[in-house]
Design a protein around this ligand. Structure first.
Ligand code: ATP
Ligand code: MN
Length: 474
């Protein structure tokens, strides 16, 4: 395979004739000298190609794809050790610098259609502007760096679990149950408008459902992961998750990816240790693999982010019960928008206070009031709290939520009844507690929240290739 720019930049000068392929970022013309910066997305850096006394074809403009042949030489320029002294250049696909009218499309595939000028010619574009063109924004420094970090993190997720005996489990995307009332669900149907209309005419409310019952896009793979954890001991799912969130926030998407490990014979404290090791592993991996991209985020997006990640890696996570956390908040000499009290759902201002002011680092809060947590969490003997854990980090607040699961069928059934849940449709879930029940635990980490944390990107829509949110489907 021919080398990528990241490989070329690591080569020694004079390694013979090379050919580079990529897209033109900039072109600077001097008297006899032309500099072309080429990027192929394999790394943040461009490869500078110099044309000394060689004619440069007309179609060579920002955005064009090119194939350039030359020799690698030591670069006199700052910030790069090598550059390509070009001997030949081919424009593979042009990208007009100005609008091309319908009849003047020669050189653009000869289709005769009008072509707008390449939209990404400026040095910097706002992220809002780029969101309007997810099909092109990967060609910018910022989105390119985000996607490289995203890929590195995804691989690190798999390596972490693989090294610890967790099996990668593909939990279903179409489901018949709402995992935990976690959020509004998208309904899945094979019915077209015509069938719906016909059913209405025939007096039926709806035509027969494809699955014979209502079906949805999953909001979490946890319950299914639990079933396989009690067969394979340690599993994790890592896949797309859907929530019909109408909240238009910088932290919510309608389609996002979630990582959910689940492990048999894991108590809450095993689960806490796993979550801490997991975050440290991911941060170390990305620091090691994406150093240049992180430097970019550190200077351009969020100052100090590298030190911040390093300090999490070097820290010992503070453990604190919910009851103690609330006591800390109540005695804080700082006023909160939401007044803390025992029983309150913690807000991110509270979470930031605990990490930044009380602990000076990550905090794992445990034993939350059962009223504010999901039905499947293991009840403590006090009748008030459950064995839940939230991992809070400075700057963001909650990054992971998890728990030990209720493994006693009677206790679980009572809780479900209290909450008015339909026990029949969870019969399979109760079976896990009826046959060979074991203590088990797990947690969930929203992958995009992780990418946001690592890059410092403010809006979640900028850390996924194609963001889906209410009113937005490009
Ligand atoms: P939040 O309070 O932020 O809405 P949640 O309590 O609904 O989160 P969980 O149901 O515990 O979240 O889901 C597990 C993880 O999935 C969260 O910690 C978060 O990282 C992520 N997550 C939840 N909802 C979304 C969303 N709409 N878009 C992106 N990530 C999400
Ligand atoms: Mn939510």
């Amino acid at each position: 395979m021919f080398p990528l720019i990241k490989d070329i930049l690591a080569m020694n000068p004079d390694s013979g004739e090379l050919r580079v392929r990529g897209w033109v970022r900039t072109k600077r013309e001097m008297k006899n000298l032309v500099f072309v910066e080429v990027n192929d997305g394999s790394c943040l850096a461009n490869l500078q190609c110099t044309f000394d006394g060689i004619p440069v074809p007309a179609g060579l403009s920002t955005g064009a794809s090119v194939e350039i042949t030359g020799r690698l030489v030591a670069s006199p320029a700052q910030g790069q050790t090598v550059e390509l002294a070009a001997s030949a250049l081919r424009v593979v696909g042009g990208a007009p610098a100005e609008d091309v009218p319908a009849d003047g499309a020669a050189g653009n595939g000869g289709t005769g259609n009008a072509v707008r000028a390449y939209p990404l010619q400026k040095k910097r574009h706002s992220l809002e502007f780029l969101r309007e063109m997810p099909h092109l924004r990967g060609r910018t420094n910022t989105i390119g760096a985000v996607m490289r970090v995203r890929s590195a993190l995804a691989f690190a997720v798999h390596s972490f679990f693989r090294e610890r005996g967790f099996l990668y489990l593909h939990t279903p995307i179409i489901t018949g149950n709402d995992a935990e009332g976690a959020g509004a669900m998208f309904r899945v149907t094979a019915q077209g408008p015509a069938e719906t209309a016909k059913a209405a005419k025939d007096g039926a409310e709806t035509a027969a459902e494809f699955f014979g019952r209502e079906s949805f896009l999953t909001v979490s793979g946890q319950l299914e992961a639990e079933t396989y954890a009690t067969a394979l001991s340690r599993v994790y799912s890592f896949g797309p998750t859907f929530r019909a969130e109408h909240s238009n926030t910088a932290r919510h998407l309608a389609e996002f990816w979630m990582i959910e490990p689940e492990a048999a014979f894991f108590t809450l404290s095993d689960n806490m240790a796993l979550a801490e090791a997991f975050l440290k592993y991911l941060f170390s991996a990305v620091l090691e693999e994406c150093g240049n991209d992180l430097c970019f985020f550190d200077t351009r997006v969020e100052k100090g982010i590298i030190d911040n990640l390093k300090s999490v890696i070097d820290s010992r996570f503070t453990h604190m019960t919910y009851t103690r956390a609330v006591a800390e908040l109540e005695k804080a000499n700082q006023s909160f928008e939401y007044k803390p009290y025992w029983g309150c759902d913690m807000q991110s201002e509270h979470e930031k206070y605990l990490t930044e002011k009380v602990a000076g680092g990550p905090v794992i809060v445990t034993d939350y009031p059962r009223e504010i947590k999901a039905f499947y969490m293991k009840q403590n003997g006090d009748g008030k709290t459950v064995r839940a854990m939230d991992v809070l980090v400075p700057r963001l607040g909650e990054i992971i939520g998890g728990s030990e699961r209720e493994d006693d069928p009677g206790v679980l059934q009572n809780r479900m009844a209290e909450l008015g849940m339909n026990a029949e449709s969870y019969d399979w879930y109760l079976d896990l507690r009826r046959y060979g029940s074991v203590p088990h635990s797990g947690f969930g980490l929203g992958f995009e929240r992780l990418v946001q944390y690592v890059t410092g990107m403010a809006n979640i829509r900028d850390v996924i290739p194609y963001p889906r949110a209410a009113g937005q489907l490009y």
